[in-house]
Design a protein around this ligand. Structure first.
Ligand code: MN
Length: 422
């Protein structure tokens, strides 16, 4: 299906602050509640959430033949499950309602009744996440990490340029932005020690990633091709794949990451649709050697998304740790989905597929402290002059992401998590 864009020239009667992530061209989907209102489907516009259930009760979606109660849900799964033609129609209708040229409805009547300031609501985990995979799709990240542990000459495993390496992660501990993360304990081998110990991780790290949300069930036994994959990708979120490097390093061979990853991952609350992102498609890195036919790359399947990770220390001081871009990713989302299903494994609505740490070519664009501090050997200097290698209790990591061009900014909001004592 070809993408459906909201007119870039459209302006809303809702006041949109400068540099807002949520103009009328974005209209992401999320789940909110207040003290009086149970969890419901909403969208973001400027500094407000718009309640889709209230609009529905007033008949604004009457002709769209949606299932009844589709907005009175604690997750987006049922809404997404109605299919792209319905979710697109809802998003287009929201744009019509908030268009400052609206003719169909009385603007003065519309102004306030379905908008609630974002500062007055709680945003929830927007999905019931069935399965979660984390890929390892940044050439720069894989090369940096491989160089640290195996030396520059053996940085990339022989398979790396032939398939998007990934592992099955844990969905039960994926939480929404704002959720506190308990400092994990685990087994690790201290530097130079002969025997492992059990205790709080000394090498707690973030990973700057994005993830895509599956919007359509596939059939077991039927692979999804790279050409078909776009029809299965509903939208994207920011993703912080929290990592305990000491636990990870001791446990990961031969079967891969386990408890060093599964204690927590965090996502941003708004699912930004692929439709909203479609005008920011671009060409990505060339793939050499040529991939096998089932991974054939369609044109312009990368996305130009600015990404940033910020550290907020316990005293409230902020420091940008890195800035990178989604377009640096070697393996594209359509290839990840094609590879995931190439053996006949099916995907389901609400599944989450994370990119892997997104690093860029220069040191300011490395998406983890593992890389930024060269495995803890080169501490970074904080604004107060103190040095830091990994993270500790009271530290907060904030991920941000947005696309910008032709006077339009499509953003993800933020993905924030604070480490607390257990
Ligand atoms: Mn990861």
């Amino acid at each position: 299906m070809s993408p459906s864009n909201i007119d870039p020239n459209l302006r809303s009667w809702v006041d949109i602050p400068e540099h807002s992530d949520f103009p009328i061209q974005n209209l992401p989907f999320g789940i909110y509640s207040t003290g009086d209102t149970p969890r419901r489907v909403c969208t973001a516009i400027g500094d407000y959430v718009a309640d889709l259930q209230i609009l529905s009760e007033h008949g604004f979606f009457e002709d769209l033949e949606l299932e009844s109660g589709i907005f009175e849900q604690a997750t987006l799964n049922a809404f997404i499950g109605q299919g792209l033609s319905k979710t697109r129609a809802v998003r287009q209708r929201l744009a019509d309602i908030m268009d400052d040229d609206l003719e169909e409805w009385d603007a003065s009547e519309l102004r306030t009744f379905f908008l609630i300031p974002q500062s007055e609501v709680t945003l929830h985990l927007p999905l019931a996440i069935g399965d979660y995979t984390d890929f390892y799709s940044s050439l720069e990240h894989a090369t940096n990490v491989g160089s640290l542990f195996r030396g520059k000459d053996n940085a990339l495993m022989p398979n790396w340029r032939h398939l998007p390496v990934g592992y099955h992660g844990r969905s039960s501990s994926i939480v929404v932005s704002g959720t506190e993360i308990a400092h994990p304990s685990g087994q690790y081998l201290p530097e130079g020690a002969e025997h492992p110990v059990f205790g709080p991780s000394q090498r707690l790290d973030f990973e700057l990633e994005t993830a895509f949300v599956v919007g359509r069930n596939s059939t077991m036994g039927q692979p999804v091709s790279t050409d078909e994959a776009n029809d299965y990708i509903f939208g994207m979120v920011l993703f912080n794949d929290w990592s305990a490097r000491d636990i990870q390093r001791w446990e990961y061979q031969p079967l891969g990451p386990f408890l060093g990853k599964s204690f927590a991952s965090a996502i941003s609350p708004w699912v930004v649709t692929m439709d909203a992102l479609s005008s920011f498609r671009c060409d990505g890195p060339e793939q050499e050697p040529e991939v096998l036919p089932y991974l054939k790359l369609p044109d312009s399947s990368s996305y130009d998304i600015h990404l940033e990770a910020i550290l907020e220390t316990p005293d409230g001081k902020r420091m940008s740790l890195c800035q990178t871009n989604h377009k640096h990713l070697y393996w594209r989302m359509v290839q990840q989905l094609a590879h995931q299903t190439s053996n006949g494994c099916n995907v389901r609505i609400g599944d989450l597929y994370a990119s892997g740490t997104i690093s860029g070519p220069d040191p300011g664009s490395f998406g983890s402290l593992l890389e930024l501090t060269q495995n803890g050997t080169r501490p970074i200097t904080l604004p107060d002059g103190s040095k830091r290698t990994f993270l500790g209790e009271g530290d907060t990591i904030i991920l941000k992401g947005y696309c910008e061009g032709n006077g339009i900014r499509i953003g993800f909001g933020e993905c924030r998590s604070t480490i607390v004592a257990t």
